[in-house]
Design a protein around this ligand. Structure first.
Ligand code: ADP
Length: 892
């Protein structure tokens, strides 16, 4: 089969081909094909070598031998075709047979003589193809070479398109080596619209292409079942790129086979070059960025010119030009490092490596560079290249670290603690370092400690603990212990030992680092504190007094044994109990008010409190509180000491009571008089009424008047008796609020008549007090009675010597915002000054035995004090003047 046979499809595009054979010789031609036709164009006979290539027709019509396109050429009968050049395409056994010829009339019919022009056409087509291919070739490589790198991928895709279209490939893929991964990868592909090609996975590609080498197009199974071929592009050492092509239905055409490799070379060559260029550019960019980031850059030294070239970034960092003389470069370096650099640079040229850290000259803050360099032995010339790396950070850190190290050394040396290192060797720890503070502390040196066992200086009682410490350190990696260690003088020191074990990468112990702190003083002091605490604890525990601590809301936090006994529980049960539980609401109120008055400046307050204890009638405690304050002056706790005062109280009460009774007895005469007076008045009234009755001279008015008078006297007597009853009663437990005026009036009701009877004048101006005090009204009355009876006694004894003497007692009152004062004064001559201090003492009396008890003033004093007041005495010109001063109680 000729080469032209395959150029089907291009045929009609071809211009008319000049006939190579003259008509007259045609008859003798035995090549080609001769067809004898009858007048209607029916084939009678075939001859000539070409006839063997024809396919068998369906019938004997000439049209049946031809391809459909050629049938137009032979429309009509052979006579019509005479004198024309006939281009006929016969159906061949192997495709179309392209022919050109003519018809001639002969005696037995018409002879159609045609020749095979397939080769001719093919060659022409090829020529044209070659021209087109040349143009495409130039265009493809030019486009690829000239495009910008940014557009490279786009242009590769475009040119793939052009090449594949030209080669009439349904699809094509550019396969490039991936040097890093040592395999092939699909770099770009092109698919005819509507075409679907599944490219093999990279692994399969790489497997199939590994070691594959070829100078020509290879058919391949890579896209099976589709037909495909691989087109190599070769560079120095073999295939540098493959074009994997899916083939059209007519398979590997000569176009592909012949033009393909050239076109692909025109594509792949520039693509590879440009990709390498792009990689290079990226690498440069990376390098530059990196140099910029690291503060580094290359330099090259040209010995023959004594000049240097610097990387742009480096030149910028050094604020120097990129090209500079060696001297200018050296001038940038600190004089201290300059000559060394210069001499090392000479050594480099002799083949030594250069590695030097230098400072820059006149740069603040100091900048350090590491300079490295070596000779590159090139083909013809030796080049000296190197780099400068900014190591200021590292150097500064180094310097800081060195300074910190130095400081640390100083700290270690001047530390009161001993810092030590013990090396680990075969399960034991051997001292390998002690800070200088060892000597002042223990007097030993490192050598002393290395020679002997450290343990020999540990106090025998603490040795177990010391060995335990080493075992724990090795086991757990850290330990804290305390033991006594003997110094060179034989004295023991308490040491606090804190150690940590350091291990290597494999977890094996390397050394122990620790410190000894001399805690002798602290230990002794804490022992002292402990002992003192113990003593205080015993003191508190064994104290007969009740000792406790409680919060401002009265909740106990601690209480000792006596308190627990009182509250009938155990000391453990005390915390949490509220003291207020045992106080009446008034007492609690007063208690809390007292606590509220505590300040950091006056943190102590005492009072007598009465409690309702379980199973007891009433208890009186003398209670002393001390407030504990936080730094803001807030009360956080109260420490209190209490003493049971119930017995004393009871005795006092009894005493008061008996004093009261004594007063009553004392007043018996007065009282008799007091009662007698109304009785006398009544008797007189009754006698008078009876006298009138016997005279028969009784007017109703008169009678009424007398009976009213009797009634008034009865009421008066009843009042006195009533008051006596009240006065004689025991006082209430709880204090009450009352107006002191009440007590003055009560006193007068008992005493006024008796005084009058004795000739003592009572001067009591109207008392206009509207205040209240807290206490027991009967007790204040008792005080007033005592004072007035004492005054009366003094007055009466003075009158014994002077019949003309006119005795009087005056009771007055005054009040300010805080206090109320009641005065009882007389004109009895007063108290001798030397006795002034004594008269309040119990049992002090100047009266004869059996008359005075000496209790009146002392009991009175106690009563007033109990009410928060004060009883005092002074002498006036005429006599004694007693003053009862009481705090005014406020309702709140
Ligand atoms: P008694 O009255 O039983 O002696 P008191 O304690 O009441 O006991 O008095 C003590 C003493 O104080 C009296 O004995 C008396 O000497 C003196 N005294 C009290 N009041 C007066 C007074 N008004 N004037 C002079 N002396 C007085």
């Amino acid at each position: 089969m000729s080469a032209g046979d395959k150029l089907f499809g291009r045929w009609r595009a071809q211009p008319a081909v000049a006939l190579p054979v003259p008509l007259e010789v045609a008859a003798q031609v035995t090549s080609g094909l001769q067809v004898l036709l009858d007048g209607q164009g029916q084939v009678l006979r075939l001859s000539g070598p070409l006839r063997h290539q024809l396919a068998t027709p369906a019938d004997r019509r000439l049209a049946s031998y031809l391809q459909p396109d050629s049938r137009l050429v032979i429309e009509g009968e052979p006579a019509d075709w005479q004198g024309q050049t006939l281009d006929l395409q016969f159906k061949g056994t192997q495709g179309t047979v392209h022919t050109r010829g003519w018809v001639q009339h002969q005696a037995d019919g018409w002879v159609l003589q045609v020749f095979d022009v397939g080769d001719l056409l093919a060659e022409r087509g090829q020529q044209q193809d070659r021209g087109q291919s040349q143009r495409l070739l130039a265009e493809v490589s030019e486009r690829l070479r000239l495009c910008s790198l940014e557009r490279l991928d786009e242009v590769i895709a475009e040119q793939m398109h052009s090449v594949a279209t030209y080669l009439r490939l349904p699809s094509a893929a550019l396969l490039l080596p991936d040097h890093e991964r040592a395999q092939w990868r699909l770099h770009a592909d092109w698919l005819r619209p509507g075409e679907l090609t599944l490219w093999p996975a990279e692994a399969r590609l790489s497997r199939s292409l590994r070691g594959l080498d070829s100078h020509t197009v290879l058919e391949t199974e890579l896209l099976a079942p589709a037909h495909a071929c691989l087109m190599p592009y070769r560079e120095n050492h073999g295939v540098a790129a493959w074009l994997l092509c899916a083939l059209p239905s007519d398979g590997l055409s000569p176009l592909i086979r012949e033009q393909g490799p050239k076109l692909f070379a025109a594509l792949a060559g520039p693509v590879l070059a440009r990709l390498a260029e792009r990689d290079h550019r990226h690498e440069l960019e990376r390098l530059e960025t990196l140099q910029g980031l690291m503060g580094t850059g290359w330099w090259e030294f040209f010995p023959e010119r004594d000049a240097l070239q610097l990387a742009p970034g480096l030149a910028e960092a050094l604020e120097a030009p990129q090209q500079l003389a060696l001297q200018d470069w050296l001038a940038l370096i600190h004089p201290a490092d300059r000559s060394e650099l210069q001499s090392r640079l000479r050594d480099v040229q002799r083949g030594h490596e250069l590695m030097l850290s230098v400072r820059l000259h006149n740069v603040e803050p100091p900048a350090w560079f590491r300079i490295q360099g070596r000779v590159l032995e090139g083909d013809r010339i030796r080049r000296v290249v190197g780099m400068m790396l900014d190591i200021s950070d590292i150097k500064n850190q180094q310097q800081q670290a060195a300074a910190a190290h130095k400081r640390l050394d100083n700290v270690i040396a001047s530390s009161p603690a001993v810092i030590y290192v013990q090396r680990y060797a075969e399960g034991a720890l051997q001292p390998s370092f002690f800070s200088d503070s060892l000597r002042p502390l223990l007097g030993w040196t490192l050598e002393d400690c290395q020679e002997g066992e450290l343990a020999q200086w540990v106090h025998p009682d603490d040795r177990d603990g010391y060995f335990q410490r080493t075992r724990q350190l090795l086991r757990e990696g850290a330990v804290r212990s305390r033991y006594r260690m003997r110094d060179r003088q034989g004295n023991y020191h308490w040491l606090l030992d804190e150690a940590r074990l350091l291990r290597d990468d494999l977890g094996m112990p390397v050394e122990a680092v620790g410190l000894w702190l001399d805690i002798t003083e602290a230990t002794v002091a804490s022992e002292r504190v402990r002992q003192s605490e113990e003593r205080y604890r015993i003191l508190v525990e064994d104290s007969p007094a009740m000792i406790c601590r409680y919060r401002p809301d009265l909740t106990l936090t601690f209480g000792n044994q006596p308190l627990a006994r009182y509250l009938e529980c155990s000391t453990e049960q005390l915390p949490g109990i509220n003291l207020g539980n045992w106080l009446s609401s008034e007492q609690r109120e007063a208690f809390l008010q007292r606590l509220a008055g505590l300040t950091p400046q006056a943190p102590v307050s005492s009072a007598e409190i009465s409690l309702q204890l379980p199973g007891r009638e009433h208890a009186w405690w003398v209670w002393s509180d001390r407030g504990v304050f936080d730094e803001r002056g807030q009360l956080i706790e109260v420490q209190a000491v209490g003493r049971d005062n119930t017995e004393v109280r009871r005795t006092q009460q009894q005493l008061t009571q008996s004093a009261k009774m004594a007063t009553l007895g004392e007043m018996a005469t007065g009282l008799a008089h007091e009662i007698n007076q109304p009785l006398n008045v009544m008797r007189m009234a009754i006698v008078n009424v009876l006298k009138r009755l016997s005279n028969g001279d009784v007017q109703i008015d008169y009678l009424q008047d007398k009976l009213n008078r009797i009634d008034a006297q009865v009421q008066r007597a009843a009042r006195v008796v009533d008051h006596m009853r009240v006065f004689g009663r025991r006082s209430e437990i709880e204090m009450q609020l009352f107006n002191p005026k009440q007590a003055v009036e009560g006193t007068l009701s008992l005493l006024s008549e008796g005084m009058k009877g004795k000739g003592v004048q009572l001067r009591v101006p109207e008392i206009a007090l509207e205040v209240e005090v807290r206490g027991h009204v009967d007790q204040l009355e008792q005080v007033l009675i005592n004072l007035m009876v004492n005054a009366r006694d003094a007055l009466l004894s003075k009158r014994e010597g002077n019949r003309d003497f006119e005795p009087w007692i005056e009771t007055t009152a005054e009040a300010d915002d805080e206090r109320v004062r009641l005065y009882v004064q007389d004109n009895g001559g007063g108290i001798p000054p030397r006795l002034l201090e004594k008269i309040f003492e119990p049992f002090f009396t100047t009266k004869p035995v059996g008359v005075g008890t000496g209790l009146g003033l002392s009991v009175s004093y106690g009563i007033i004090e109990n009410m928060g007041g004060r009883l005092s005495v002074s002498n006036t010109e005429e006599g004694a003047r007693f003053c009862i001063e009481l705090p005014i109680a406020r309702a709140d």
